[in-house]
Structure formats: structure tokens, C-alpha cells
Ligand binder design. Structure first.
Ligand code: NDP
Ligand code: X2W
Length: 347
């Protein structure tokens, strides 16, 4: 048994004044084995957390300016809820100083630095560290996560798309060609900032696609699907939409079924693959995924309908972008790294 299993571990939330940071705080304050020692924000440094997030009024914690030395001195684990590019600047010294880093940004998700350059319009900020990073999908990388010093939490859209598709690609129930993913995200996915396209009158009463055929999550989704299919590369269509809800992602995925595969077989393969998964809910025939059933939870719901007319299967998945799509998955990863109950603070 490691020391961590007997006492509380000390956690820092770097970028605690954003939406993912707020969600990390919501989850970690109720974690019996975690003490929050540091919450960073440049704008709100010195202010009590309840000033910024009134729901935490009375919690005896203040924001502080981000300082790598202070984080390294006080914390066993640091959650990076920072913009991509900035996260790597913190990850490099923190990993070096022996802090476990759980990164919610996209900096360490892509194995290919060429793809990072193409989709993030920047040279990869830490190519050497990238080799150490483990893609933190608990349903398929638990053993690697246990040993990791740096975890790259999957993106929100990739989580909602990979969870239903990966078991079907592995079992070869669907073709790896011609997959179409149409996803809808709530506005909190864009972060806690004032930006014209995301203010209320611009998004309310509106449903709009964006970044079609070039969204930065496309290479991440393709990377994970190709690995499951045993291929070097894969190409899919991914069409994200912004919808006027605060939280939640729903993905509708269309794939060509292999001859004779039934919806019951798909559910059986999912149930087998996810038999030990704490947060994947396979829905029975007749039900489709609904964001309202996963809001403020770490669950991903998955469901399917086969279409005899086209020979396609239609998959439906739902997550909360801030929980399973960000902070919840990060806490799940922390639980695995430190040997806690994987569900701690998440049920
Ligand atoms: N929102 C979502 O649904 C999801 C977000 N993510 C990822 O998580 C990360 C955070 O996202 P989100 O919470 O939405 O973002 P927000 O914009 O809501 O918050 C960003 C946080 O980072 C801090 N910050 C920004 N720039 C710097 C900097 N240069 N140095 C130090 N701190 C900085 C901000 O605080 P301050 O300015 O006060 O310092 C704030 O606390 C991003 O990489 C995002 O892509 C991942 C999955 C889902
Ligand atoms: C609605 C919205 O804008 N969503 C964001 C994705 C959410 C996010 O922060 O993406 P990561 O998981 O990569 O961090 C976007 O499309 O860029």
C-alpha cells in the first residue's frame, strides 16, 4: 500500500476560475481522500473562491497567482485546466519536480506533432514530454494510467464518440470507412469567457455547425479509432454543432454495419467490453441517449438502432462535457493513479 492510500493527497487546480476548474472544485471538495491546497487564477488572485463562485461561499479557500514553485512544494497532483499551449508550460516543470500532472487541455493528446501543428496552428510545446504522456481514457488504458506521471485527459467530443465506436471497431461489427459523427455541444464547452459568438443573444434560439471538416478534435478522434481498428490511419466526418444549453454533448454516429449484425449483438459487445467500466451506461432497446440523464454526472450513455433500409447503424451517446468530458474524467484518472475507489467523489 502506498502512503497515498493512508492519508489525504494534496491537489492543486491550475486554472481554477474557468468552467473546468469550477467543476474540478465541485468534485474535489467532496472527495474524502483529497485536500485542495492551491487554486490558481491570475484575475482573481487573493480573492476567496466564494467571491467568484457564490455556490462555494464559506469554503475557506482563496485563489492565488499561478506559481510553479508553490504548486510543486504544496501538491502531490496538479490538474491543469488551462488553455492548450499554456498547459504544457506548467506540465514540463511540474512533471520534472515529481508532481503527478492531470492535464485537461489538448496539449498531450495527439501522438503526432505534425497533426498538432496542423490543427492547433503551433509547434508542439513539449515534444519530449509527449512520449511520457498517457491518453487518459480509463475504459481502455487503466493499467497505463496507474503508472503515469502525466495524463492527457481525452477531449469532450472524442470521449462521446470513442466510447460507443471503439468496441464495435475492435469486434469488427462495423466498417472503419465512411463513419459520420454529428455532435452537439452546450456553450460551456467554449469556456468561461466573454466572446461575441457565445453571448446569450447569439447562441440562444440557435443551432449552428462550426469547424466542419477541420475541428481540432478530428485528429484525436481518428487517432483513437484507428488504434482500435488496428489501422495506421482513419478518416471520418465530424460535424460539431453549438446548441443553446449550458452543459452536455450528444453525438449521433452513423456507420456501415457488417452483414447480418443486429442491434442485440452490438449491445452485447458493449456490455462485455464495458462490464467493468464504472461510468458507461449501455441503454436497452427502445432508448436513446439524452444529455439530461447525464448532466452533472460522470456517465456516458450509449445506445443504438440498426436501419435495415440502409444497412447502417445509428449510435447515440451523451455526456456532460464538463464532467465525463473534462473534470470528472480527470478525477476518475486521479482515483486510478492514487489507488482510490475509481468512483470516489463521482457518484
Ligand atoms: N469547457 C469544456 O467543456 C472543456 C474544456 N476542456 C479544456 O480544459 C481547459 C480549460 O477549459 P475551460 O475550463 O473551458 O476554460 P476557461 O476559459 O473557462 O478557463 C481557463 C482557466 O485558465 C486560466 N488561464 C488562462 N490563461 C492562463 C495563463 N496564460 N496562465 C495561467 N492561467 C491561465 C484562467 O484564469 P485566469 O485568466 O484568471 O488566470 C481560467 O481559470 C482548456 O484547455 C479546454 O480546452 C476540456 C474538455 C472540455
Ligand atoms: C462548444 C465549444 O466551443 N467546444 C470546444 C470544445 C471543448 C473543449 O474545450 O475542447 P477540449 O476538450 O479540446 O479541451 C471547441 O469546439 O473547441
Amino acid at each position: 500500500m502506498s502512503d497515498h492510500q493512508v492519508g489525504k493527497i494534496k491537489a492543486a487546480i491550475v486554472g481554477a476560475s474557468g468552467y473546468s476548474g469550477e467543476e474540478l472544485l465541485r468534485l474535489l471538495v467532496r472527495h474524502a481522500q483529497v485536500e485542495i491546497v492551491c487554486l490558481t487564477s491570475r484575475q482573481y488572485a487573493g480573492r476567496p473562491v466564494g467571491d467568484v463562485f457564490p455556490r462555494f461561499t464559506g469554503l475557506d479557500l482563496n485563489f492565488s497567482s499561478p506559481s510553479i514553485d508553490e504548486i510543486a512544494e504544496s501538491a502531490d497532483v496538479a490538474f491543469l485546466a488551462l488553455p492548450h499551449g499554456v498547459a504544457a508550460e506548467f506540465a514540463i516543470p511540474l512533471v520534472e519536480k515529481g508532481v503527478k500532472v492531470i492535464d485537461i487541455s489538448a496539449d498531450f493528446r495527439l501522438k503526432s506533432t505534425e497533426k498538432y501543428l496542423k490543427y492547433y496552428n503551433a509547434e508542439h510545446p513539449a515534444p519530449d514530454l509527449l512520449k511520457q504522456a498517457v491518453y487518459g481514457a480509463p475504459e481502455r488504458r487503466k493499467e497505463e494510467i496507474k503508472k503515469a506521471n502525466l495524463i492527457a485527459c481525452p477531449g469532450c467530443y472524442p470521449t462521446s464518440i470513442s466510447l460507443p465506436l471503439i468496441p464495435l471497431l475492435k469486434a469488427k461489427l462495423i466498417s472503419s470507412e465512411g463513419i459520420i459523427c454529428s455532435s452537439m455541444s452546450g456553450v460551456s464547452g467554449a469556456g468561461r469567457k466573454v466572446d461575441l459568438p457565445f453571448i446569450f443573444p447569439e447562441c440562444n434560439e440557435s443551432v449552428r455547425p462550426y469547424a466542419v471538416a477541420g475541428h481540432r478534435h478530428l485528429p484525436e478522434i481518428e487517432q483513437e479509432l484507428a488504434e482500435a481498428a488496428g489501422l495506421e490511419d482513419m478518416a471520418i466526418n465530424f460535424i460539431p454543432h453549438l446548441v443553446p444549453i449550458n452543459r452536455g454533448i450528444h453525438s449521433t454516429i452513423i456507420a456501415k454495419l457488417k452483414e447480418g449484425v443486429s442491434a442485440d449483438q452490438i449491445r452485447q459487445v458493449w456490455n462485455d467490453y464495458y462490464a467493468d467500466a464504472a461510468f458507461v451506461r449501455v441503454l436497452p432497446a427502445g432508448r436513446l441517449a439524452d444529455t439530461k440523464n447525464v448532466t452533472l454526472t460522470n456517465f456516458c450513455e450509449i445506445a443504438c438502432v440498426t436501419d435495415d433500409h440502409t444497412g447502417n447503424v445509428i449510435l447515440s451517446s451523451a455526456i456532460d462535457n464538463l464532467t465525463k468530458g473534462a473534470a470528472g474524467q480527470a478525477v476518475q484518472n486521479m482515483n486510478i493513479v492514487f489507488g482510490f475507489d475509481e468512483k470516489a467523489a463521482l457518484l
